[in-house]
Design a protein around this ligand. Structure first.
Ligand code: AMP
Ligand code: GLY
Length: 427
């Protein structure tokens, strides 16, 4: 089987790594890929935003399946264009990817589908902001949740107890011509659940937890994600089934009833609140860095699964098998991330990390003029450790992250720590 994966980040590297482990191994191509992906797939110099060139490349390669990794091309209609050109695509059409592209539209769909989520107010003018805060946080005793409506690479959300900071963020989004969504604050641990859909049926992968804040102890600004782990030993039994029943299926059904089939990953970002599961956000693609740990634990082959979703045949897919092992990933981020990431610095230590048992996923790397590996984004590498339990997996991932040498880079040291401590030593 020949597969083309569109994207250049850690998520796409993790997808390709897992596809490369299928037997028989598929022939893998990436557009544009990255230096890590280049070891497993043929990389083609086509930008993530160049939809026409992607179609042209697909015409040249004639893949059996195209997998679109990032949200931006999905929202821009990459899946539509590739399907129109006759290809089998894993990834939602623009009309369905709008679930991620517009938080206010996602709220409308959830309301129509009866999906539990934070109460919200959509604000389009500055003079509506303060009333919106009073409605979503009436006692002012909880953090304010202020979101830019459109795509913001995980950085458009401010959660703060400081009302003036909340106001400033809302104003800056409105001043830039955007729309703001204010939400009720959801209390409770977060879970990311990837629900694969073929437009009708839904198959959930294993739940993971992501760490969104830049610094240890959940301090610092929101980022695209600084680390993740799976499984979640503390999660209630049957969580994935409950989310499929109460969140994913009703959402997919609501879209289908509007003539919008969702084919791809419905990423359910959830809070397990004292009142039950609530949706924090939907994304229309695999999460990054959660994919690095979820796919690491998937024992079933990935290519047939994605292909059956793309073809509308998920109902006939084999039940998924999972490894017992735990997986933890720690993101190595550039100095200045997320506000202003420094790039162009030489990276070394990957072999040291891998000799210590970790594997290193490339997220924002490039080859410099002299052929050396350099940083090319905010999240540079995601170092993955596996082990019999979270403690073991965490040790490998952290040792790996510490082995990476990159001027000014930083990583969190508390990824999966609380869950590992609660889990206790391996039996
Ligand atoms: P989003 O991009 O919507 O997932 O928001 C990024 C992060 O902000 C989430 O992962 C949460 O940590 C936090 N967040 C978003 N919405 C809420 C909410 N309603 N209540 C509490 N935290 C939230
Ligand atoms: N890790 C969060 C995301 O992929 O949106």
């Amino acid at each position: 089987m020949k597969i083309l994966v569109i994207g250049s980040g850690g998520r796409e590297h993790a997808i390709i790594r897992r596809l490369a482990a299928d037997r028989p191994a598929p022939e893998l191509h990436a557009a544009p890929g990255n230096p890590g992906i280049g070891r497993l797939a043929t990389c083609h110099d086509v930008a993530v935003g160049d939809l026409e060139a992607q179609v042209e490349l697909a015409r040249t390669l004639d893949p059996d399946l195209v997998v679109i990794g990032p949200e931006a091309p999905l929202v821009a209609g990459a899946a539509d264009q590739l399907r129109e050109a006759g290809f089998t695509v894993f990834g939602p059409a623009a009309a369905a990817a709008r679930l991620e592209g517009s938080k206010s539209w996602a709220k409308e769909i959830m309301a129509a589908a009866g999906v539990p989520t934070a109460a919200s107010v959509t604000v389009t003018a500055i003079d509506q902001l303060e009333a919106g805060f009073d409605r979503t946080n009436p006692l002012g005793d909880l953090p304010y949740v202020v979101k830019a409506d459109g795509l913001a690479a995980g950085k458009g959300v401010v959660v703060t107890r400081d009302r003036s900071e909340a106001t400033a963020h809302g104003r800056s989004v409105l001043d830039a011509g955007g729309t703001v969504v204010l939400e009720e604050y959801l209390e409770g641990p977060e879970v990311s659940l990837f629900c694969l859909s073929d437009g009708t049926d839904v198959v959930a992968l294993a739940p993971a937890q992501d760490f969104k804040r830049a610094l240890d102890g959940d301090e610092g600004p929101n980022t695209g994600g600084m680390g993740a782990y799976s499984p979640l030993p503390w999660a209630p039994e049957g969580l994935a089934d409950e989310v499929v029943r109460t969140v994913a299926r009703p959402t997919i059904d609501e879209l289908a009833s509007r003539g919008i089939p969702f084919v791809g990953v419905l990423y359910c970002g959830l809070a397990l609140t004292p009142l039950g599961v609530r949706v924090v956000e939907f994304n229309a693609r695999f999460g990054d860095p959660e994919t690095q740990v979820v796919l690491e634990r998937l024992a079933s082959p990935l290519a047939p699964l994605l292909l059956s979703a793309a073809r509308g045949e998920l109902a006939g897919a084999d039940p998924l098998q999972w490894r017992e092992d735990a997986a933890v990933t720690v993101v190595v981020a550039s100095a200045g991330y997320p506000a202003a990431a420094r790039t162009g610095d030489v990276i070394s230590g990957i072999e040291v990390a891998e000799r210590a048992g970790a594997h290193v996923i490339h997220a924002g790397t490039a080859l410099g003029e002299d052929g050396r590996l350099v940083s090319a984004g905010g999240r540079v590498l995601t170092v993955v450790g596996t082990g019999a339990d979270l403690t073991a997996a965490r040790e490998v991932a952290l040792a790996g992250a510490e082995a990476i040498e990159l001027e000014g880079a930083y990583h969190r040291t508390d990824i999966a720590r609380d869950a590992a401590e609660a889990q206790g030593p391996a039996a």
